[in-house]
Design a protein around this ligand. Sequence first.
Ligand SMILES: CC(C)(COP(=O)(O)OP(=O)(O)OC[C@H]1O[C@@H](n2cnc3c(N)ncnc32)[C@H](O)[C@@H]1OP(=O)(O)O)[C@@H](O)C(=O)NCCC(=O)NCCS
Length: 149
Amino acid sequence: MEDIKIMLMTIEHIEEVMNIEKLCFPNPWSEKALIQEIEYNQLARYRIITHGDEVIAFGGMWLIMDEAHITNIAVHPDYRGQGIGDLLLRALIEVAEREGIFQLTLEVRPSNYPAIQLYYKYGFEVVGRRKGYYEDDGEDALVMWKKGV
Ligand SMILES: CC(C)(COP(=O)(O)OP(=O)(O)OC[C@H]1O[C@@H](n2cnc3c(N)ncnc32)[C@H](O)[C@@H]1OP(=O)(O)O)[C@@H](O)C(=O)NCCC(=O)NCCS
């Protein structure tokens, strides 16, 4: 795909990011929570991917001590299966590594096969399970870690 860019997520992207969030998750973050992340959370690092003028994906993490906690990775449904999620995850890993952080963690639904495959591809491993983690339906979460480069 041409005209793809990775950029810092800012307040002006909120509306499009919220749209992707709603299309991707049963329990989307509120606009207020996202604004909080961008404007006030010093630990947060968020990136968007654009196609032309359109925001087609976003993702972010919190850098806590020597660990990066990925909070969100989402690709607009119309743009999946074209390497965008790959690009996004790689970008987040690079942001963390540039800040000297080589351990990354996240939670994912066991039913989310595409996401789990993406994380395996980048060296994440399942290390645990949180029972009934997701509030909307009580599904467990797999806890995945990527340790070292
Ligand atoms: C998970 C998600 C981010 C993947 O984004 P994507 O742009 O479709 O993924 P890509 O095309 O970049 O594929 C990258 C890798 O992901 C995995 N993958 C993506 N789609 C897949 C599918 N349908 N089945 C199996 N593996 C898949 C593969 O490992 C793939 O690598 P490969 O092409 O070398 O096999 C996307 O499906 C999404 O936004 N889902 C909804 C939100 C979500 O669940 N986020 C994760 C929360 S933990």
